[in-house]
Design a protein around this ligand. Structure first.
Ligand code: ASP
Length: 436
């Protein structure tokens, strides 16, 4: 049995909604469906963005802005042959809208979309507020696992709105943007699905950013860990947190394209062990994919005998903690360490440097502002000597200065740092070397 999630583009027009309905009906295993709010369509914004505009308007202007959302859903109902099907729901929301809070307003896109799809395909609508639980603003995984399992027990052919749940006082709370992916994973775990199918508008996860490397190809299989590394480095097909619920239940994710039935998509499997048998990979490369991000800073600290000074690294890192700066990498030498972190504003950066000076009294401290990090990711690296050497060689042949190199003991991820200005050339060069 499958849990299936359809993203905003899949739900954006009457035609695409009809296509979604037919995809669901094609496979009787697709019995639990989660939907996003309608995405961008000709002349229309994403419904969630329209709802943000409603919430940000002065109370007296909210009704006018909500009218646009109302018209969008009314047109979708007409387009799928369900004229007026959401009128009652829309009236109810409209009467609440002036006093409603931010999360309630934002969540109504998914709510209405799920109501519409449930009516269209004859499935039961179950509200996410009754299945997904938050503790204040923080997602409560333990309670959700229990409540969601009980709420869906014995049920089949269900549509659940994505993106939100509720807190202990029954107030609506939303995930961060793109959070319907997480809702889909939660439902998949609750019903112990064989697979979580995530329908989107691309053919799958790409080996490299196709805007920079046009001949990048779709990856057939990835592991959760590879996916985490790649998503973190900017490969954004899935919400980065959507792995956790399914990971706990060992449920594979299958990324599929609503608009291209011939695309095989990307399977994301729990562990390396899954990479055998029916989930085996087509190619035999040491690298699964390459992804990168620009605009990192790196703080370079020199101090003689640093390695003998117990607590040195902790004291440096406490300064980052004080300024709420998340640290990415810490390559170090005997008398020097470098801390790589995402760009912050000048004032924070100056305060940070001052704090580090006071804390550890370095011989020399300097900041570099134009670092791009590229992650070369793949489980198969472990068993192949020479992968790092090949990467470094390629960069040197392309005359790209390597500014940082970092590889964890897990050997799944080799990070190279180059100048922002070399970023695109480096991606092309590395992709050429590994032909991923
Ligand atoms: N509709 C929400 C957004 O646009 C959540 C989602 O689509 O997953 O971010």
């Amino acid at each position: 049995m499958k849990a299936v999630k359809f993203g905003g583009t899949s739900m954006s027009t009457a035609d695409s909604i009809l296509r979604v309905a037919s995809i669901i009906k094609q496979d009787h295993d697709r019995r639990f469906v989660v939907v996003s709010a309608p995405g961008k369509a000709k002349g229309c914004d994403k419904v969630t963005d329209m709802l943000i505009a409603v919430s940000e308007a002065r109370p007296c202007d909210r009704l006018v802005k909500f009218e646009l959302v109302r018209n969008r859903f009314a047109a979708l109902c007409d387009g799928v042959g369900l004229n007026g099907a959401l009128d009652e729901e829309l009236d109810k929301i409209q009467s609440n809208i002036v006093k409603a809070d931010y999360c309630y307003i934002l969540s109504r896109g998914e709510y209405l979309c799920a109501k519409l799809l449930a009516k269209l395909i004859g499935f039961t609508f179950i509200d996410a507020a009754d299945l997904i639980k938050f503790n204040g603003n923080t997602y409560d995984d333990e309670r959700t696992a229990e409540v969601c399992r009980a709420g869906l027990k014995g049920k089949l052919d269900v549509v659940v709105p994505g993106f939100y749940g509720s807190d202990e006082d029954c107030n609506i709370v939303t995930f961060s943007r793109g959070g319907s992916d997480v809702s889909g994973a939660i439902v998949a775990r609750a019903v112990n699905a064989d697979i979580y199918e995530n329908f989107t508008d691309v053919d799958g996860f790409m080996t490299c950013d196709p805007r920079i490397v046009p001949h990048a190809s779709v990856i057939d299989v990835l592991t959760y860990r590879e996916l985490r590394e790649l998503s973190y480095m900017g490969a954004n097909v899935l919400h980065p947190e959507s792995i956790f619920p399914v990971q706990k239940a060992n449920i594979p994710i299958h990324i599929l394209n609503t608009f291209n039935e011939n695309a095989l998509g990307t399977k994301i499997v729990p562990t390396e062990a899954f990479l055998a048998g029916k989930h085996s990979r087509k190619n035999n490369m040491p690298i699964t994919a390459i992804a990168g991000r620009q605009h990192f800073f790196s703080l370079h600290i020199d101090k003689s005998m640093m390695n003998a000074e117990i607590g040195f690294v902790r004291r440096v890192l406490s300064c980052f903690e004080r300024y709420d700066i998340s640290v990415e990498h810490i390559p170090s030498g005997i008398d020097s360490m470098t801390v790589v972190f995402s760009a912050v504003d000048t004032e924070t950066c100056n305060a940070l440097i001052e704090a580090v000076r006071r804390e550890v009294n370095p011989d020399h401290i300097s900041l570099t502002k134009d670092i791009a990090l590229i992650a070369i990711v793949g489980h198969a690296m472990k068993s192949r000597p020479g992968t790092a050497a090949r990467a470094i060689n390629r960069l040197s042949h392309a005359n790209i200065n390597l500014r940082m190199l970092d590889m964890g003991a897990s050997e799944i991820n080799l990070i190279v740092g180059v100048s922002d200005s070399d970023f695109e050339r480096a991606l092309v060069a590395l992709n050429g070397e590994f032909e991923v």
